[in-house]
Design a protein around this ligand. Structure first.
Ligand SMILES: Cc1ncc(COP(=O)(O)O)c(C=O)c1O
Length: 352
């Protein structure tokens, strides 16, 4: 049951201070946010409040023990002026799965969708219209006990903030195959979108950056033999005209872009295989001229071509991204669906 939504509006909007022709990803936040607390065993009244700093106890449990999960999704302005959300139900379902893994209470996904609609409706002037830009939506949910001791928190805060955002990557990426550090292991939390997974990736990522790479390609924890995913993207390779992507497991984030790409490609009659793909297979295919494309897929980046792949001993350069018809067409079709310009054949768009 949807609870009554209390709305407190900002006194002065910050909208005029935003240059919509230059909105680097993740820096600008809309005027309002949604806030819902969990305490005494139940979700409290939801509120829309000004986007502002939080007052937290220094003993805030999420800061100490990491019960913190999040989501990343987007909304666009459709050609008829409607506000179009892309698969928000899938993001809320994944947030609940992350919550379960992290020992946090679930919430009602339909109710949250309703509150999200109200938030974005209120801040709709913040939805950018420039091509390649979207309203990025960041739900954040964390343990908020003022208590030191390892246990699941008894109080939580769920926030949704939004902000206009430009493209995540400006150009094709150079990636490094990580063979020392791991992102996730079997039985761990890799499939959950939880803060610790990202924290653990930052040091290896900074080493890769120092060496001139844009991203890490993670490999399996046991042998560093099979590809898993990239920092904030799932991975796709095109070998012998077959699209190959690592299979979902408890050590891979089940990307919504990944799922959408697979669905679109299969619908277009393209052969897609979800199976283990080894570093050796990709490098051999390249040498034999059978690797025509490799790209990352994620909400923030959408589809980003991989330019070069390096291991500690070898580097391969993939075909010119401008010649990669499959991924160029895939990205265009995907973006067109999100913007309401192509038929929403799979029922992915939620309109308000
Ligand atoms: C680790 C990781 N893998 C994959 C993805 C892609 O997931 P999605 O397509 O749902 O954004 C993301 C981004 O959310 C991510 O953080």
């Amino acid at each position: 049951m949807v609870k009554e939504l209390k709305v407190t509006k900002v006194e002065n909007s910050r909208l005029d201070s935003v240059d919509f022709n230059n909105i680097p990803f993740g820096h600008v936040f809309s005027d309002h946010m949604l806030s819902i607390d969990f305490k005494d065993g139940e979700w409290q009244e939801p509120e829309i409040i000004p986007f502002e700093s939080l007052k937290l106890s220094p003993a805030c449990s999420a800061l100490h023990y990491g019960q913190s999960i999040f989501e990343g999704m987007k909304a666009e302005r459709g050609k008829d002026g409607d506000i179009l959300f892309f698969r928000p139900d899938a993001n809320f379902s994944r947030l609940n799965k992350s919550a379960s893994r992290m020992g946090m209470p679930n919430f009602n996904e339909q109710d949250l969708l309703y509150y999200l609609g109200k938030l974005v409706e209120l801040d709709q002037a913040w939805i950018p219209t420039l091509e390649g830009s979207s309203l990025y939506i960041r739900p954040l949910y964390f343990g908020n006990d003022s208590f030191i001791g390892v246990r699941s928190a008894q109080t939580y805060k769920l926030l949704i903030m939004t902000g206009p955002s430009g493209p995540y990557y400006a150009k094709p990426v150079n990636v490094y195959v990580e063979d020392t550090y791991i992102r996730a292991a079997e039985g761990g939390t890799g499939f959950a979108k939880t803060a610790g997974n990202y924290a653990a990736s930052l040091y290896p990522m900074s080493l890769a950056k120092e060496n001139g790479y844009d991203q890490i390609l993670w490999t399996d924890a046991k042998e560093h033999k099979y590809f898993q995913e990239a920092g904030t993207m799932n991975l796709f390779f095109v070998i012998d005209d077959v699209v190959v992507t690592p299979p979902l497991s408890d050590s891979i984030l089940p990307g919504i872009t990944r799922d959408s790409f697979i669905t679109i490609l299969k619908d277009q009659g393209v052969k897609v295989e979800e199976r283990n793909v080894s570093v050796e297979e990709v490098f051999t295919a390249h040498k034999e001229g059978r690797l025509s494309d490799a790209f990352g897929a994620g909400t923030a980046a959408v589809l980003i071509p991989i330019k070069t792949i390096s291991t500690r001993n070898e580097k391969i350069e993939l075909p010119d991204p401008n010649s990669r018809e499959l991924s160029i067409n895939l990205k265009k079709h995907f973006v067109d669906i999100k913007r309401g310009l192509a038929e929403d054949k799979f029922g992915w768009i939620y309109k308000i």
